[in-house]
Design a protein around this ligand. Structure first.
Ligand code: SF4
Length: 360
């Protein structure tokens, strides 16, 4: 594998109180759906996102009202705020002055050199990075003419074009995304980008769809990249409440061992041996452990036939037995619990284990 294809080998870039790149850590990002100028609604949504585990949040900045709201929003939230600007350098300047922790703008789209320099100087003065957001759907005409249609090479060429504009102004606090709604195209573009430069990469499969289909599509694309060691921040884009984006992103990080502060559920698919209402219980426990900040593995199994043994790697779990449940830890049965109280008892034991984890 190319030595550069590794999230650790990327250049560290500060975004608020976080360092993106230069380590194995990967941060979850989401984007608000409120009108940014509506500070109350935007802050309320960001607080919900923070609560769900979002670590960086982006807001759209379509006009001056939105740009001037950044300062007030910043005061009331705890995670770094990224401001998304399309072409208007004046909005970028206002957002930077208002305290944005990062701006997303493509320097090649700003226009005259003096405008580009104004934005870059303002970002430099505040020590904030610029994210270059390449999108397969809006590649430069020149690149589309050269390749005929959006290709991974074309996307990387576009990224390098914007990067060069910033580097020529001695600006290196750069993060790059190369989004496409076509999974294979996005994956190839990110792989080529990771081999072509060492700036941190923000991952995303754009316009991926609804909660169900979009989660699958994003997981297929992002999973491929995560398993190859690519990506420093990540957004799962869904046509859904952005809290769901964060939940899906957290599950993905857990799967790839990139999250040390979240509990995982193991539950069986059920079969004719089932002895308890497993699906209801599994959903209830999944919701419960979504607030647990310790890396516990919790199992919920329909019967005790293969139960505790099958989930040996679980820290704790229950397996159904006629009219009752078996509470087990690390594959060993601890005690029997009546069906009526087994979910509550499991929750109490999960809390105890989480407390013990933090006392260690
Ligand atoms: Fe079936 Fe029991 Fe296995 Fe669940 S744990 S799939 S109910 S045998």
């Amino acid at each position: 594998m190319n030595a550069m294809i590794n999230r650790k080998n990327t250049r560290p870039v500060r975004v608020g109180n976080l360092t993106i790149g230069g380590s194995d850590e990967l941060f979850i990002q989401s984007m608000t759906t409120t009108k940014t100028h509506d500070v109350e609604a935007t802050v309320a949504e960001i607080m919900r996102l923070e609560d769900a585990g979002c670590q960086i949040v982006r807001v759209a900045c379509p006009d001056e009202r939105a740009a001037y709201a950044i300062g007030e929003i910043k005061k009331r939230i705890n995670i770094p705020l990224v401001v998304d600007i399309h072409f208007d350098y004046k909005l970028a300047l206002i957002a930077i002055e208002q305290g944005a922790d990062k701006i997303r703008i493509n320097p090649g789209n700003i226009g005259r050199q003096a405008k580009v320099e104004a934005v870059v100087n303002a970002a430099k003065a505040k020590g904030i990075p610029i994210r270059i957001g390449v999108n397969a759907g809006s590649l430069e005409k020149k690149i589309l003419e050269k390749y005929g249609y959006p290709t991974a090479d074309g996307m990387v060429e576009s990224a390098l074009h914007h990067i060069k504009i910033l580097e020529d102004l001695d600006f290196h606090d750069i993060i790059v995304s190369l989004k496409a709604s076509d999974v294979n195209l996005a994956v190839e573009a990110y792989q080529k980008a990771a081999a072509a430069f060492d700036y941190p990469l923000h991952l995303g499969i754009t316009e991926s769809g609804t909660l169900f289909s979009g989660s699958i599509k994003s997981s297929a694309g992002l999973g491929t990249l995560l398993s190859a060691g690519i990506g420093n921040t990540m957004r799962v884009s869904l046509s859904a409440d952005p809290v769901q984006e964060v939940k899906v992103a957290r599950e993905l990080l857990k799967i790839f061992g990139l999250s040390s502060n979240a509990a995982t559920l193991i539950s069986c698919p059920t079969c004719g041996r089932i002895e308890i209402d497993l699906i209801t219980i599994a959903n209830e426990i999944e919701e419960y452990i979504s607030h647990i900040k310790a890396p516990l593995k919790v199992a919920v199994l329909g019967c005790a036939v293969n139960g505790p043994g099958e989930a040996r790697e679980a820290d704790i779990g229950i397996a159904g037995a006629r009219g009752e449940g078996l509470l087990f830890m690390k594959g060993k049965t601890v005690r029997k619990v009546p069906e009526a109280t087994m979910v509550e008892e499991l929750k109490i034991e999960i809390d105890k284990l989480a407390e013990e984890y933090f006392e260690k």
